[in-house]
Ligand binder design. Structure first.
Ligand code: NAP
Length: 248
């Protein structure tokens, strides 16, 4: 038996990057996976195809997690397609960095709306369907510990994710629903390439501080999410697990 046989998972922002890696890894362990995307239909379809080709089950669904109706539709796709929901991975996220002089309402709202409000709306929609043994995994970031300069807003969103994780673990624990965060260090993704982080001084600085001597890959995080989604972590809730090659 694989670790997630018979389970149904929703992964938000799974059309690329860390989310795509998580969706494939959950499916490889036997979960049926809802692959959410916001704009990259082709990316989500490619993830679904890869899962099906490998013998798994997956379906793609469009939706902006920061809109309540979309969050509901994403979650309902799992229940309508596969009849239940066991795992929610709140991975959708955006990041941009700016000095305090350049922070404005748009910079704040884009990141807080997707990274924080989106996580809450998706979790609210999912909570109705989750039962005993279910697991929610929030993709936070190591920035909540290392708080780099010029990341006040992004680090603020992930600080909120850590606090929400701790609070919801207490709220949902009596229903035997676990809530944990994984806090990645720098990971090479479409997003970190698009933001020109890969190849920048930021990448060299992170690399210099990384005891394991390399930048992370999506699968480094996906393996941790499989652990947190499965019964292997059945006694773990409310944790913020650094997965950063030792950066702290
Ligand atoms: P990415 O490559 O840019 O992928 C982001 C994903 O989020 C895409 O699938 C995107 O969908 C989706 N998304 C964006 N806005 C959305 C919305 N409103 N509703 C639903 N989905 C939305 O990013 P990544 O680097 O893999 O990062 C994934 C997560 O890990 C984020 O939460 C990020 O903060 C966190 N993280 C990343 C790193 C890193 O170094 N990469 C480190 C620590 C934490 P579309 O493509 O369809 O628009």
């Amino acid at each position: 038996m694989s670790k997630l046989t018979g389970k149904v998972a929703v992964v938000t922002g799974a059309s690329k990057g860390i989310g795509a890696g998580i969706a494939k890894a959950l499916a490889a362990e036997g979960a049926s996976v809802v692959v959410n995307y916001a704009s990259s239909k082709a990316g989500a379809d490619a993830v679904v195809d890869a899962i099906i080709t490998a013998g798994g089950k997956a379906v793609a669904v469009a939706g902006d997690v920061s809109k309540a109706a979309d969050a509901e539709r994403i979650v309902n796709t799992a229940v309508e397609t596969y009849g239940r929901l066991d795992v929610l991975v709140n991975n959708s996220g955006v990041y941009s960095f700016a000095p305090i002089e350049e922070i404005d309402e748009a910079h704040f709202h884009r990141q807080f709306d997707i990274n924080v409000l989106g996580l809450l709306l998706t979790t609210k929609a999912a909570a109705k369907h989750l039962g005993e043994g279910a697991s929610i995994v929030n993709v936070s970031s190591v920035v909540t510990r290392i708080t780099p300069a010029y990341t006040a807003v992004y680090s603020g969103t992930k600080g909120a994710v850590d606090a929400i994780t701790s609070s919801l673990a207490k709220e949902l624990g009596p229903r035997k629903i676990r809530v944990n965060a994984v806090n990645p260090g720098l990971i090479e993704t479409e997003g970190t390439h698009a933001a020109s982080v890969i190849g920048s001084d930021m990448e060299s600085n992170v690399l210099a501080q990384t005891p394991l001597g390399r930048i992370g890959q999506p699968d480094d995080i996906a393996r941790v999410v499989v652990f947190l989604a499965s019964d292997d972590s059945r006694w773990i809730t409310g944790e913020h697990l650094n997965a950063s090659g030792g950066v702290r």
